[in-house]
Design a binder for this molecule. Structure first.
Ligand SMILES: NC(=O)c1ccc[n+]([C@@H]2O[C@H](COP(=O)([O-])OP(=O)(O)OC[C@H]3O[C@@H](n4cnc5c(N)ncnc54)[C@H](OP(=O)(O)O)[C@@H]3O)[C@@H](O)[C@H]2O)c1
Length: 207
């Protein structure tokens, strides 16, 4: 786990190394002072866009890497988080960052779109499991809308011939459709505070 570093209370892990997740989460939870904590929240945010090409051009390594980061890691993190916080009498919440790409089919984005659609379904399934629990974990998915991040920069920076959707991303940027990261951060803080039914799928515009 060579990408794992500790910076104060911040841990980084290359999440495709999913076998290390259980141990890492255990370590992080062990460092939280539960007496001074009102709530513990896991946000599954990490994702990659690539490969951005028609499926027959994607190789097994690229497809596997995307699924490990975008889907397998959030699933393993969710499983470990629920398991490891089972005896903790605090409000517990999981926010899975999804995407509109999980609901709109797009050429050259089949791998990314598939993982995001699956994140929504996974959230709803775990929500159904949690609804039966005495102290359910609020597990929700949030589609953040279009945000001015590196991911957007990469998508609009592609050649229109190689990546059909590049035009769409360029236009979204040029016409000011991207929100800032700060605005999304403020909105997410409100979503963290607010209570939702387990399994709820939220769009950025909803609250
Ligand atoms: N931006 C948008 O318009 C938009 C729209 C819909 C949904 N989303 C979703 O929002 C979330 C954040 O995306 P973003 O726009 O902020 O993308 P981004 O600018 O490309 O950032 C991706 C994040 O994922 C982390 N990450 C990537 N590979 C990782 C790995 N192997 N292990 C651990 N962390 C890894 C990166 O960490 P490092 O920097 O350390 O590599 C970075 O923090 C994603 O789930 C994305 O699907 C974004």
């Amino acid at each position: 786990m060579d990408r794992q570093v500790r910076e104060g209370k911040k841990y980084l892990i290359a999440v495709q190394e999913v076998l290390g997740i259980e141990h890492l989460l255990n370590k992080i939870l062990g460092q939280i002072n539960l007496n001074n904590t009102g709530m513990i929240c896991l946000i599954n945010n990490a994702a990659i866009l690539e490969p951005l090409k028609s499926i027959e051009e994607c190789n097994a390594e690229e497809i596997n890497k995307n699924f490990q980061i975008n889907l397998v890691a959030p699933i393993v993190l969710t499983s470990c988080f629920i398991n490891q916080t089972d005896n903790i009498q605090l409000r517990r919440k999981i926010i899975n960052i999804s995407s509109g790409s999980g609901t709109y089919p797009a050429p050259d984005m089949s791998v990314y779109c598939s993982t995001k659609a699956e994140i929504d379904m996974f959230t709803q399934c775990v929500g159904a499991e949690q609804s039966k629990q005495k102290y359910p974990i609020e597990v929700i998915a949030v589609d953040p809308g279009m945000v001015d991040t590196e991911l957007q920069r990469v998508a609009r920076g592609k050649n229109n011939q190689d990546f059909e959707m590049a035009k769409f991303f360029k236009q979204a940027h040029q016409t000011g459709q991207l929100q800032t990261r700060e605005a999304l951060g403020k909105h997410l803080l409100k979503i963290i505070e607010k209570q939702f039914q387990p399994g709820k799928l939220l769009k950025y515009s909803e609250e």
